[in-house]
Design a protein around this ligand. Structure first.
Ligand code: TXA
Ligand code: MG
Length: 316
């Protein structure tokens, strides 16, 4: 099992030695290694059992360090970076040659973000390389939002997990890129579309709904709690089902099934709170006695859009 702790020096030593570790961010925990070291990148793909056509995000702690990795920063990208970094936004930019093709799966753009977590910011400031960090879950499974989640799933594959407490956002970063002068959102996430549009005007949302590996971004079947999941009117769908083997993941109401079978994402209907709880809730549904999970879409505003996206993918 991995050691869990708060030792930034130890984390830096392991990363400097080319090893991979668990790190906290405000979105979800990452499985981190030196983004410029092909051996470390290969260890990440292998520990996650992730296909190499699905590229990794590079994390760093300053715009100067970002400039070392990219050819140029378009004006709108700079505006977004200044406003949202550090924070839950990943920006796709044309990469320089020093960035390994293995990191970007051979694509010409690198995905970059400056995360907003005090421990990880300190860690990044001690390193002279960026950290490649996908979410620290086995490929296709729910993203981790506590150090213990990382331990449960990858603890036997890594020496150390830096414990930054529960993630404050709870959903992965929003991913944006630029095609000509158009701003495109490739993944809905922790930065709200409305906030991006307020800053730079209308954006196009082009979230990948297929399982086409040639179009990385997101595969359709993801975040699976390993059960059949039905999205819709929970009360209606519960009719005729065995309450003992039905799990319920609801936005703000409780239903007539045992407490251990249900999670209310936010009893007072707060969407940001629901985002913080969604992945832990999906994990809770992964119990042997639960055969089917009933859930519902959240209001399509703020982080509700990103939560609905994750529910849709979990239900495939
Ligand atoms: O919040 C987050 O973004 C978390 C934390 C740890 O930072 N990381 C994360 O990484 O969610 P991951 O690997 O689970 O998801 C990254 C997504 C993948 O769907 C990948 O296909 C896409 O980003 N991606 C990475 N590099 C890309 C690139 N060069 N072009 C297009 N998509 C890219
Ligand atoms: Mg992931």
């Amino acid at each position: 099992m991995a050691e869990i702790g708060l030792n930034i020096e130890k984390a830096a030593e392991l990363l400097n030695a080319g090893e991979i570790i668990g790190i906290p961010t405000e979105t979800v925990y990452g499985l981190a290694g030196n983004a410029l070291n092909e051996d470390a990148i290969l260890q990440i793909y292998s520990a996650k059992n992730r296909p190499k056509f699905d590229p990794l995000i590079a994390h760093t702690d300053s715009l100067e360090k970002v400039e070392d990795l990219v050819k140029n920063i378009p004006e709108k990208a700079a505006t977004l970076a200044k406003h949202f970094w550090p924070g839950p936004l990943t920006i796709l930019l044309e990469k320089k040659l020093n960035v390994p093709d293995l990191l970007t799966s051979g694509l010409s753009r690198i995905a970059i973000r400056i995360p907003n977590h005090p421990l990880t910011k300190q860690l990044l400031s001690k390193l002279d390389f960026p950290l490649a960090a996908p979410s620290a879950n086995p490929f296709g499974y729910v993203s981790p939002t506590t150090a213990q989640h990382v331990q449960d799933q990858l603890g036997d594959k890594i020496p150390y997990i830096l414990d930054g407490g529960p993630c404050k956002v709870g959903l992965e970063s929003t991913i944006v890129g630029f095609e000509n002068d158009e701003v495109i959102i490739y993944r809905l996430g922790g930065t709200k579309v409305e906030e991006i549009e307020k800053l730079i005007g209308p954006v196009k949302i082009q979230v990948n709904e297929s399982s086409n590996p040639a179009a990385p971004g997101m595969l359709k079947s993801h975040y699976s709690p390993g059960r059949k999941m039905i999205i819709g009117d929970i009360k209606e769908n519960l009719k005729g089902l065995d309450k003992m083997t039905t799990g319920i993941l609801s936005f703000n109401k409780r239903y007539d099934v045992p407490d251990g079978n249900q999670t209310v994402l936010s009893s007072n209907g707060d969407i940001d709170e629901a985002a913080r709880n969604i992945f832990a809730a999906l994990r809770k549904m992964d119990q042997p006695h639960i055969e089917v999970i009933l859930t519902e879409f959240l209001p399509k505003e703020g982080l509700g859009k990103a939560i609905n996206d994750r529910l849709r993918r979990a239900a495939v």
